[in-house]
Write a protein that binds this ligand. Sequence first.
Ligand SMILES: CN(C)C(=N)NCCC[C@H](N)C(=O)O
Ligand SMILES: [Zn+2]
Length: 277
Amino acid sequence: MASFGNFTHAIVRGIPASLVQEALRSSLCQVDLVKAQHQLQLHIGTLKDELGLQVVELPADESLPDCVFVEDCAVVCGDTALITRPGAPSRRKETKAMKSALQELNFKIVEMKDDTATLDGGDVLFTGREFFVGLSKRTNHRGIEILAGAFKDYPVSTLPVFEGLHLKSFCSMAGPDLIAFGSSEPAQKTLKILQQTGDHHYKTLILPDDAAANCVFMNLSGKGQVLLHCTPEEYPNSAKVFERLTDHLLFPVPNSEMSKVDGGLSCCSVLISKTGS
Ligand SMILES: CN(C)C(=N)NCCC[C@H](N)C(=O)O
Ligand SMILES: [Zn+2]
């Protein structure tokens, strides 16, 4: 637990031009591809240049319009990498490149082979002590059962996702034992259930905007607590909440274009700790 968030590597993937027309989305918004690529470069630059992570960059694949959202393809914890079976059939082939990258990094690979199981990494919240997994449009009970089998050292609780795409569309870790949550009614309903079912008592950081509650926390040696979060341009009220955090090194990262296809900041990387602890 002491080393929660102590990441050394990140796996990211490029944006295919096909994202603009073909990526899955819940609303009709025109994505600016050049702007999206620029925003992703800023994000990757933060991971690499500001934070010193070793970044593995997988190439974009035009036949996989959502492939930039690598988070959904794998859950990595300890020495094990679970390769998921994404809920959307159009996304299933995204896992191939992720599996190769994680094999290359010497992880013990567990594959979700059962063709009744579905799980997206965006539904998986790991607190350092336990897993919470969203039962959503994309993740089902069998997928959660397989995750629990892959990570037997940790308790796994299921949480309902009442609205939106994934559990982490409205929450994420924002610090050690600190969970960021959106303030919408469906998000707050899920938070209540988390507080009743979890093994541990967590502090909460409540954000006015659900999407802004998707942030990226790290605890890096030499840097301390680090948080990638929404910009004041996109979510002014939520950004103010982050700006009040005094223990964190804060990095506002723009994400307006990915958010048009329901992607949050956490979706664009799989973060990995190869410290051995
Ligand atoms: C935490 N979130 C939201 C994610 N991990 N994934 C976002 C996937 C977005 C993609 N267009 C889709 O609909 O699959
Ligand atoms: Zn819009």
